[in-house]
Design a protein around this ligand. Structure first.
Ligand SMILES: NC(=O)c1ccc[n+]([C@@H]2O[C@H](COP(=O)([O-])OP(=O)(O)OC[C@H]3O[C@@H](n4cnc5c(N)ncnc54)[C@H](O)[C@@H]3O)[C@@H](O)[C@H]2O)c1
Length: 344
């Protein structure tokens, strides 16, 4: 196979994890030829894992002619600069989320990608979560009727104290989990977002960035989606709660539980009774509900790298478009500033 020659920038949790121990397993498709990090110990650990050349600066990685795909897994605050420079150097680029910090940077990256010789891939790897994929199938099947509200959340209680809690480093849960949940929401919305609300709080993490995010989105189709990222929530709640006109679904512990009206048993038509009814809330009836449990495990988040390979070697369309990633950053900017920017 014609392997893609990779250079990885930033060899921390994500650079060493997904783009180190994860990527070496995909050695039919990728060969890691170079990497860089500011910290010597991380360069050494990565070199031991991959046997690749290691540099102490991003500039040296950019200048490595053998590298055809650069993976950007540095601090979030530097992603915009690193992506634009890597595209300018003629490389294909995989940008970790958040691929930048605001809508203005996102538009600049989109414009740079239009004229670049290399391709840009935005790392929305949670598109490949098994529960997200299964939820779309459930919604498309129609058993829940028209979906009018979705709640999507990630909760933990963590007195976090790393750079992800510092605003000037690009920290905070809006940049950390936000791109994943907002990307999911935009896919599940199935219509353009027309209005939003947001509330950001700092609860358990230290630093000065938010660790509790509460966003409400409304689509042109009337659907509302509520996203919550809680870094200071001590109990677990269902990750998804889905309300449809014919039924409801929740996702928890790797399973969807659905309760919906049996589509094979049409209901008798009803009209509202104006006169007072005696001691009931209307004419009593037994509704033909079906309850169902569907197993939906995590799935393989490395699938995104197979998509990168097929895009570079077979010309296949990458499943995350740049416009979709830019829209995620428009919502993030709206959540931060309280004003959803006009589309550019
Ligand atoms: N897609 C996902 O699910 C996912 C998961 C985790 C992290 N991430 C993203 O990956 C990025 C990195 O996060 P992390 O948790 O790995 O952080 P980290 O602190 O563990 O690693 C960052 C590394 O980048 C290095 N670095 C910083 N600036 C550099 C530069 N100019 N040149 C070379 N090396 C540099 C640091 O020394 C550090 O080793 C973040 O943007 C984060 O949001 C994505």
């Amino acid at each position: 196979m014609n392997k893609v020659k990779v250079g990885v920038a930033g060899l921390g949790r994500q650079g060493y994890g997904m783009h180190g121990t994860g990527l070496v397993k995909l050695n039919d498709e990728f060969q890691i030829v170079a990497a860089c990090d500011l910290i010597e110990e991380r360069r050494k650990r990565y070199q031991e894992l991959t046997g690749c050349r290691v540099y102490e600066s991003f500039e040296k990685l950019l200048a490595d002619d053998e590298v055809e795909l650069i993976i950007i897994a540095t601090y979030s605050k530097d992603h915009c600069d690193h992506i634009i420079r890597a595209l300018g150097a003629g490389k294909n680029v995989y940008g970790e989320k958040p691929f930048c910090l605001n809508y203005e940077e996102a538009c600049r990256i989109r414009d740079a990608a239009k004229t670049a010789s290399g391709k840009l891939f935005i790392g929305q790897n949670r598109r490949f979560e098994g529960d997200f994929i299964k939820l779309r199938e459930i919604m498309d099947s129609g058993v829940l009727g028209e979906i009018y509200e979705i709640q999507h959340s990630v909760f933990h209680y963590n007195r976090r104290d790393d750079w992800q809690t510092l605003q000037d480093m690009g920290g905070g849960q809006l940049y950390n989990w936000g791109p994943h949940l907002i990307d999911h929401a935009l896919q599940l919305m199935d219509a353009p977002v027309v209005s939003m609300t947001s509330c950001l709080r700092q609860i358990a993490a230290v630093g000065d960035a938010e660790d509790h995010v509460d966003i409400g989105l409304t689509g042109a189709n009337g659907r509302s989606i509520r996203l919550e990222i809680g870094g200071g929530v001590a109990m677990q709640f269902p990750k998804y709660i889905v309300y449809g006109t014919k039924g409801t679904a929740i996702y928890q512990d790797e399973h969807f539980t659905l309760k919906y009206l049996d589509p094979q048993k049409p209901l008798e038509p009803r009209v509202a009774i104006r006169e007072s009814v005696m001691d009931t809330f209307g004419t009593e009836e037994d509704l033909p509900f079906i309850q169902e449990t569907i197993h939906a495990p995590m799935g393989d988040l490395m699938e995104i790298m197979h998509c990168v390979y097929r895009s570079l070697r077979q010309g296949e369309a990458f499943p995350v478009s740049i416009d979709e990633a830019v829209e995620v950053m428009r919502i993030i900017t709206g959540a931060k500033t309280g004003v959803l920017p006009q589309k550019q």
